[in-house]
Ligand binder design. Structure first.
Ligand SMILES: *[C@@H]1O[C@H](CO)[C@@H](O)[C@H](O)[C@H]1NC(C)=O
Ligand SMILES: *[C@@H]1O[C@H](CO)[C@@H](O)[C@H](O)[C@H]1NC(C)=O
Ligand SMILES: [Zn+2]
Length: 296
């Protein structure tokens, strides 16, 4: 291999190391809060929300083998709603175009308003205020509400804001207003709308208006997004690791925010540490590469 190519490879590796990644995902397990569908005539107690069986966890001679069999309900934990969840005949999990799953991250912070009112709905004015501070939301953005709700996860009484976990009419948690959803779709060509709560529609909303407005227009939604305190309002690229499940209507999704701007106000010391170790290693590699050409 020519040395120039090697140098380019080293630089590329260093660049990847310098980009910070924030994980916006709650760990998925049996404790994920369970949204009841009893009001539609289902008996939610009969659903298998999460059932992991150990098929192997042992040595075969000197070969270790671990294998699980898992059955789970799609709409739990940090997850995506494919457009066919509330849009009849719309895209299933395997049909969401990859371009839709990558976009500029926009975080709308309504934590102060939610402290006064757990039924708060993000308004058109909130979006306008955000834009006057951080700039216009670009087409294809992944727009998330940060209401501070992720701290309550996974306690269902706190997450649903109710002691009556079977009756959705008693639920109290924030979300988006219908007018905000309309603006995001029609005037900003939003890619994906996300919340840190159980639903884009607030607990006390009259029906599922955001789902019913956005999903027939092929917009996927994100629910129970974690860790939004750790990413800035703008300047990230969000990547949605949504399972390519044929005919699926949603599913647990690993959400990454790439911090392109190293001066962002996010905090993730573990990753910062690893990237500083990486940059040191990279600097040493570059230095040794350059000195290999010097003849004293
Ligand atoms: C979990 O899965 C195992 C393996 O298929 C099955 O035997 C068991 O009955 C399941 N448990 C529940 C609660 O569904
Ligand atoms: C559900 O809660 C609402 C609001 O508190 C109440 O009006 C309604 O009667 C409850 N429904 C059931 C089936 O308990
Ligand atoms: Zn869902």
């Amino acid at each position: 291999m020519r040395m120039e190519y090697l140098f380019v490879l080293i630089l590329a590796a260093c660049n990847v190391g310098a980009r910070r990644v924030v994980d916006l995902t709650h760990t998925f397990d049996k404790n994920a809060p369970k949204y009841p569908l009893d009001f539609l005539g289902y008996d939610s107690d009969t659903f298998t929300y999460f059932n992991m069986t150990i098929l192997a966890d042992q040595f075969f001679g000197d070969m270790w083998l671990g294998i699980r069999q898992v059955e789970f309900y799609e709409h739990q934990g940090t997850h995506i709603d494919a457009p066919n969840h509330f849009g009849s005949g719309r895209q299933a999990m395997d049909e969401i175009p990859p371009e839709r799953l990558i976009g500029e991250g926009v975080v709308i912070d309504v934590r102060d308003k939610v402290k006064q009112n757990p039924d708060y709905a993000v308004s058109v004015q909130d979006i306008k205020d955000h834009e006057s501070k951080y700039g216009k939301i670009p087409p294809g953005a992944i727009v998330c509400m940060n209401s501070g709700w992720a701290d309550k996860y996974p306690d269902p009484v706190l997450v649903f804001g109710s002691n009556d976990l079977k009756n959705v009419s008693t639920f109290h948690f924030p979300g988006f207003s219908l007018d905000a959803c309309k603006m995001l779709l029609n005037e900003r060509q939003v890619g994906v709308v996300g919340v840190d709560t159980p639903s884009t529609d607030p607990g006390q909303a009259d029906g599922y208006y955001c789902h019913m407005y956005l999903q027939p227009n092929q917009v996927p939604l994100l629910e129970y997004v974690a860790n939004l305190d750790s990413v800035p309002a703008r300047g990230t690229t969000m990547v949605l690791g949504a399972m390519k499940m044929r005919d699926g209507t949603g599913g647990p999704t690993r959400i990454f925010a790439f911090m392109d701007d190293m001066d962002g106000d996010g905090t993730n010391t573990a990753n910062m540490y690893s990237s500083s170790v990486l940059s040191t290693v990279c600097s040493l590699m570059i230095a040794s590469y350059i000195t290999s050409f010097m003849h004293f």
